[in-house]
Design a binder for this molecule. Sequence first.
Ligand code: ADP
Ligand code: MG
Length: 444
Amino acid sequence: MDSFDEVLAAVQDYCKARVTAPAYSVFFQRLELDPNFDGAHVNIITRAEFIRTSLVSRYMSLLREAFSAVLGFEVEVNITVEAPAAPAPVPDAVSQTILPGAGQGNLGNYAFTFENFIVGPNNKFAHAAALAVAANPSGAYNPLFIYGSSGLGKTHLEIAIRLEIQKNHPEFNILYVDGEAFTNEIITAIRNNATAEFHQKYRQADVLLVDDIQFIGGKDSTQEEFFHTFNNIYEAGHQIVITSDRPPIEMSLLDDRLVSRFQGGLMADIQPPDIETRMVITRAKAAQLGLILDDDAVTCIAEKITTNVRTIEGVINRLTAYREILDSRIDAADVMRAIKDVARIGTFIPSPQLIIRESARYFSLSEEDLRGQNRSKNTATARQISMYLVRTLTNLPLKDIGAEYGDRNHSTVLSSIRKVEELIKEDPKFAATVRDITSNINSV
Ligand code: ADP
Ligand code: MG
């Protein structure tokens, strides 16, 4: 063994054979060794505090064992944190997305960087694709289309790409928009005859990141404008990254030309994490908050919360709050209570107003159109769908639903709901429309 690199590589191999793949990729893959070795102490450098904490609390004996196997003698192991050079500043425009709970002392305070993204079998392809694009924007993978259900890290990866490109190319004009804001911007531009300005703004993008593109489905004029914007950026050889809650082919109302453009790039899905990855995520998030969870607590969380990383974070935030209140060790009962709390708060019941707004938006109408008397076919359909959704999503009495629509009586509401139920059965395209609107409501 004549170089530190070789020692480190051998130590990493030793550990790799003894921990799970996700744990290896988070905690061991990116370690560095301080070259000042005095023969008795090795100094390992990590890039994040939560990695250091986890190595110290869980893997210290493994590391000692590894060094002693590789070097042939015992050494003391120290672990320190060295922040990556020039940590990327959090840009204002996206600070809301990056810091959803800023100031509340919870997990909302950490940045959506690659460093903080935990790789498992469920997301490793999307992660690798995101890294490749971040390292070489406008390279071979254009557009990159990342899809998966809510809370699985799509926005996290998209922002990580943004931060990485910003760090390497401060001169780049990077535009990040979410699909809803983008759609509204296009609609406003069309309404104000200002599409030229809109094109001008987007044509200058070196990188365009669109989060939650599914919001664009169905609105013809919006899709038309987006198609032109997309082509301009694409043909200029600039990078486009898109996320969605479903693959392009399942976006029923997406223009065929856009579907084939999206499919012509690189598509990467994110699946829910498996139990091992959930355990690594739970440990890492707890470590970030300085919360010590024993193995039973970690297993309990990872077994109960299976489909959404955001929910895992919710439980850990909750436990942190208990710790502050109770000033005690977290036990199994605390974990169960946190899970119940989050499940209760997490059952999202949208307001009738939100449902009406989203239904109207889908058909490029206003809320007043739906609440008012206009009987054009488009408006009537949007209104009926919204009534059906208010009923199914909130279970409000028919009378109260009628009151939301300028005091229509309950039999009008009922016949609208029946109509929608029939159409859903008869017409797959109509059923897809209702599904899309529901999904938009749930992702607001
Ligand atoms: P989506 O955009 O897919 O709905 P987000 O990217 O907003 O999901 O992720 C929800 C939360 O879960 C965020 O706080 C994010 O940091 C976290 N998260 C999701 N996946 C991972 C992961 N693999 N490693 C670390 N954190 C993750
Ligand atoms: Mg998101």
